[in-house]
Design a protein around this ligand. Structure first.
Ligand code: NAP
Length: 249
């Protein structure tokens, strides 16, 4: 097992990509804090599946965009699971609209849930990790943050910002043996991409932008997280790893 005895936080770990990551971490021997925002039932179900794998799971509701909530969540992991070795900043939402029509509140909301959240949790967990001289932080972006997009400038900007955040954090935290990397999933079959999956015309357009010609399953994205969270990736930091079927923008 690659993560034996590790304590991991997966934000937005109750559904979609985060759930697949939380379960794969548990299969590899980690205890997992499953963070979520409001869907208690999904979080409880994920925790039950973690426990069936013989690991400890705890569900913690916290708005990662909120500084205090995110910091309390990290404290809770240390209190209940006995430490924090791995943080996956995965929680996410989208609020599409065109730049010229975008309400200010939608800009702030998306920047906070993605970019500010990465700051909130990385700062809190980084302080514990520094003490242990060990840690793995994995942030999540999107091809929108690399290629840009029409109709989601808030989301693309937040994701692009996370690349800069990661590269700077990796420079500051490397001296404490903390690796900080980014995973860029391609279009993945989760609730977030429901419309892309169900709208035949849209689906064909987007599939045409992917070298493998299809959307990914959450279980095809998760193994890259195990790799970066494990000591197989001990000499990798400040990198962006695409797991996107060959997305060509
Ligand atoms: P999803 O299935 O819609 O799940 C979103 C998760 O985030 C849920 O667990 C949700 O909790 C949680 N969440 C939302 N807002 C939150 C907040 N303020 N605080 C804490 N948790 C919050 O999403 P997904 O498709 O798996 O996406 C996961 C990540 O991958 C996101 O960062 C997304 O931008 C990125 N991504 C996704 C795709 C894709 O094609 N799906 C592609 C590239 C990147 P509740 O259940 O309580 O709402």
């Amino acid at each position: 097992m690659k993560l034996e005895g590790r304590k991991a936080i997966v934000t937005g770990g109750s559904r979609g990509i985060g759930k697949a990551v939380a379960l794969m971490f548990a299969k590899e021997g980690a205890d997992v804090l499953v963070n979520y925002h409001s869907n208690d039932a999904a979080a409880r179900e994920t925790v039950a599946e973690i426990e069936k794998l013989g690991r400890r799971g705890i569900a913690v509701a916290a708005d990662v965009a909120d500084y205090k909530s995110a910091q309390n969540m990290v404290d809770e992991c240390v209190k209940q699971l006995g430490g924090v070795d791995i943080v996956v900043n995965n929680a996410g939402v989208s609020k599409p609209s065109m730049l010229l029509k975008m309400p200010e509140a939608d800009w702030d909301y998306i920047i906070n849930v993605h970019l500010k959240a990465a700051f909130n949790t990385t700062q809190a967990a980084g302080r514990y990790m520094k003490e242990k001289n060990y840690g793995k932080i994995i942030n999540v972006i999107s091809t929108a943050g690399i290629f840009g997009t029409i109709g989601q400038i808030n989301y693309a900007s937040a994701k692009a910002g996370i690349i800069g955040f990661t590269k700077s954090a990796s420079r500051e935290l490397g001296r404490y043996n903390i690796n900080v990397n980014v995973i860029c999933p391609g279009i993945t079959k989760t609730e977030m991409t429901g419309k892309l999956q169900s709208d035949e015309k849209l689906r064909k357009i987007y599939e045409g932008r992917i070298q493998l010609g299809r959307f990914g399953e959450p279980e095809e994205i998760a193994p890259a997280f195990v790799f970066l969270a494990s000591d197989d990736a001990s000499y990798i930091t400040g990198q962006v790893l695409g797991v996107d079927g060959g997305y060509i923008g």
